[in-house]
Design a binder for this molecule. Structure first.
Ligand SMILES: Cc1ncc(COP(=O)(O)O)c(C=O)c1O
Length: 359
């Protein structure tokens, strides 16, 4: 199994360019530019001493906060060192023999599935369909599958499956006795998260597993905290039995409080709604690229009729973007960029035009 390359490696770039990592504007990782909620920062500073003790091995406070936020019972929740740990622990305990994932999609599903010995089928999303999941996807869900994994909105395409479509997929999986894992790491960034999230279906479908991250919307990527929800309590017990203790540290164990920060959530929603429209419109005006309309806080685009390595060219301007060349079903002409604040987005547009038209 190979190491997967992700966005956000500002350390490697800073070293290579002999600059400070703070000088780089990182468009390669999809993190809320509002940064860590102030209420949480304050709590961290005031409670620095919590690291003197082991965290609660049951993570009761954290799980209670998550349960309250979703209006669900505590026993349906498992927490992890980022959504990544939850994806790996759920998959390794589900032990699927045969699985289906999208292509392209977040790289860690494939790694987790291969590590667990699963055979992996791919549903190749069509460029002419803007990489959206179409009706034919239902036909790809055959009885021999044990698990279907869907990222919604999908990474790196920023395309969304609406609730109606997702319900059909869930029903289809249920009928065929297949588990469905939906990664909602980015659902909080869509126009109307409540009408997209499949959380309201969790109690009625024991084949449904939802993954959530606090690392993206609450800008806690370095803290590492995520969770998973399912009514399959047998699986959650197995996870507990097999899992290493204390993978979530005492600071991360406090992070459930961010879910109560209504001002931060409101401010973040206002930012994403306005910046997504602004950034998408500005990019659409650039004739050398095809931009895919984003549903999340990142944008996929393709460089048209150009052989330039624009990632490298932008790096010379201290701007880091995500090349999509290691995603299945995308070629090196595809790139993904995060939506950041207005000043940074404007800087990107100006630098990008320079690279495309002057370089
Ligand atoms: C779709 C998706 N799910 C999960 C993750 C992992 O999130 P975390 O940092 O919480 O492990 C990522 C990270 O990029 C992602 O893109």
């Amino acid at each position: 199994m190979k190491k997967a390359k992700h966005g956000g490696n500002i350390y490697e770039i800073a070293q290579r360019l002999s600059i400070k990592k703070e000088e780089i504007i990182d468009f390669s990782a999809n993190i809320n530019p509002l940064g860590v909620p102030k209420s949480f920062k304050k709590a961290l500073v005031e409670n620095m001493d919590v690291i003197e003790n082991y965290p609660d091995p049951e993570y009761n406070t954290l799980i209670e906060d998550i349960a309250t936020y979703h209006g669900l019972e505590k026993e349906y929740i498992t927490v992890g060192n980022g959504a990544t740990e939850v994806i790996f622990s759920m998959i390794s305990n589900l032990k699927p023999k045969k699985s289906l994932i999208l292509a392209p999609t977040f790289l860690e599903y494939e790694r987790a599935l291969l590590r667990s010995g699963s055979y992996v089928n791919y549903y190749y999303l069509k460029e002419e369909n803007n990489f959206q999941v179409d009706e034919q996807f239902l036909e790809a869900i055959d009885e021999k599958l044990d698990l279907v994994v869907i990222c919604n909105p999908n990474n790196p395409t920023s395309q969304l499956i609406g609730r109606e479509e997702m319900t059909k997929i869930l029903e289809c999986c249920k009928k065929k006795n297949i588990n469905l894992m939906i990664d909602e790491a980015f659902t909080d960034f869509v126009d109307d998260p409540n009408s997209v999230s499949m959380m309201p279906f969790i109690k009625d479908y024991d084949n449904l597993y939802i993954i959530k991250a606090l690392t993206k919307f609450y800008a806690l990527a370095g803290l590492r905290i995520g969770y998973g929800i399912t009514v399959n309590v047998n699986l959650l017990e197995k996870i507990k039995d097999h899992k290493e203790p204390w993978t979530i540290n005492s600071y991360a164990a406090m992070a459930g409080m961010v879910l109560k920060d209504k001002d931060y959530i409101k401010e973040s929603r206002a930012w994403i709604l306005s910046e997504r429209a602004y950034f998408y419109d500005a990019l659409k005006k650039i004739d050398k690229i095809k931009v895919y309309k984003p549903a999340s806080n990142y944008i996929l685009f393709q460089l048209l009729n150009e052989k330039k390595d624009i990632r490298e060219a932008l790096l010379q301007k201290k701007i880091l973007i995500r090349s999509c060349n290691n995603y299945k079903n995308l070629d090196p002409s595809f790139y993904r960029i995060a939506i950041k604040n207005r000043e940074q987005n404007e800087k990107f547009i100006n630098a990008f035009k320079e690279v495309l038209y002057e370089g």
